[in-house]
Ligand binder design. Structure first.
Ligand code: C5P
Ligand code: MG
Length: 156
């Protein structure tokens, strides 16, 4: 068995009146959402970079340039599936994922199970193999969302 680890990060400014997308879900009743070229889903973007970094295949900016009009508004689920396919075609499968979202508002704890289910479905994993933790910035970055993820891959 061969193992590889991957790591990714993403951050976005938040603005009132925009939808907040996270882990492929639109977060209801959020006071703000990401300012972004795409849907600004920081969790799916950092997971996508973690997948690419695990197989040393660059990052999502290389695969989906944010200055290329063809990718304007591209869904983060599409990006994640593209990155997962790059890993799968090399014979690797994800073993487990650990991700952290730093966000002051809204509270994400009540959505943990829903977010884990969606991320697990998108990565073709079991919910037991997806760990999501949430942190506030303690008021240091109230208009900001940050997500970080690490994952382990195995190759039989
Ligand atoms: O950042 P802090 O240590 O204060 O977070 C404490 C708790 O708040 C954690 O249990 C975390 O899951 C929860 N939390 C949350 N939603 C956020 C940020 C933190 O539910 N947006
Ligand atoms: Mg704390």
């Amino acid at each position: 068995m061969t193992y590889r680890i991957g790591y990714g990060e993403d951050a976005h400014q938040l603005e009132t009146g925009r939808p907040l997308w996270l882990g492929g879900l639109e977060i209801a009743d959020s006071p703000h959402g990401a300012v972004a070229h795409s849907d600004g889903d920081a969790l799916l973007h950092c997971l996508s970079d973690a997948l690419l970094s695990s197989i040393s295949s660059g990052d999502i900016g290389m695969h989906f340039s944010d200055t290329d009009p063809q990718w304007k508004g591209v869904s983060s689920e599409h990006i994640l599936k593209h990155c997962l396919n790059r890993v799968l075609e090399q014979g690797y499968t994800p073993v487990n994922v650990a991700a952290v979202v730093t966000l002051d508002r809204p509270k994400l704890g009540p959505l943990r199970d829903a977010l884990i289910s969606r991320v697990a479905e998108l990565l073709q994993m079991s919910v037991q193999d997806v760990g999501l933790t949430f942190k506030t910035s303690e008021g240091l970055a109230p208009n900001h969302i940050q997500a970080r993820a690490t994952l382990l891959l195995e190759h039989p």
